[in-house]
Write a protein of this length. Structure first.
Length: 217
């Protein structure tokens, strides 16, 4: 039951995830089944979701809704508008992986630079997606979430959620700066807090700050 709108939506999926509907779902925070239904013309996305993907990609909103282009703006962008952000084949959880520059890139996502700057306050190319494993950061982060990490933010001046690189692997944790130590917090209260001090700092480095999260709904 394909429609003109669904065919245009399929073009978006082709443009930004190489036609992989599951990847597009992860990037835009929807379930794969929802994306499949939109592409088949069985469902229409909400205006809130359309505004969300418009912000992600700065696409021609009028073209998506009506099929008509405003001022003959071409579909897509030039290389100056978009930043290719890799998804690394590692997970942010105790015992999994490390960020050392040699990770396998499983895929890349094209994100609008203006959206990254205005909505997330990040600039430059030190960005990467990783997946979250486990429940230690519930309700903030869920198992399977795809998070965007700013690898340039390795000095936690303000409280935030960061990816820690430890001897046991990567961990997604909330960090709170104190005068002589860092408090490492799991938002799930079933997990205890602990500290990074002068005595153990060499075993616990900050890989970057989590600035965005996407999940299936």
């Amino acid at each position: 039951m394909s429609s003109a709108f669904s065919r245009r939506f399929v073009e978006l999926v082709e443009q930004y995830s190489g036609g992989n509907k599951r990847q597009f779902a992860e990037l835009t925070g929807k379930s794969p089944s929802h994306i499949y239904r939109i592409c088949r013309g069985l469902s229409r996305p909400s205006m809130a979701y359309l505004e969300h993907i418009h912000g992600l990609f700065a696409l021609d909103f009028n073209w998506l809704l009506t099929g008509e282009r405003v001022l003959d703006i071409p579909f897509g962008h030039n290389g100056d508008d978009l930043l290719l952000v890799p998804k690394l084949d590692i997970e942010a959880s105790a015992g999994f992986g490390a960020i050392n520059g040699a990770e396998e890139v499983t895929e890349q996502f094209a994100l609008n630079k203006r959206w990254l700057s205005s909505q997330l306050g990040v600039h430059g190319e030190s960005l990467a997606f990783v997946s979250v494993r486990g429940d230690s950061m519930l309700p903030t982060l869920h198992h399977g979430d795809m998070v965007l990490v700013d690898l340039s933010q390795q000095q936690p001046g303000n409280e935030g959620v960061y990816v820690l690189q430890t001897q046991d692997g990567l961990m997604a944790k909330r960090l709170k700066q104190k005068p002589d130590h860092l408090i490492v917090i799991s938002d799930n209260l079933d997990y205890p807090q602990w500290k990074i001090t002068e005595e153990n700092v060499e075993q616990h480095s900050v890989a970057g700050r989590i600035v965005w999260c996407g999940r299936n709904v």
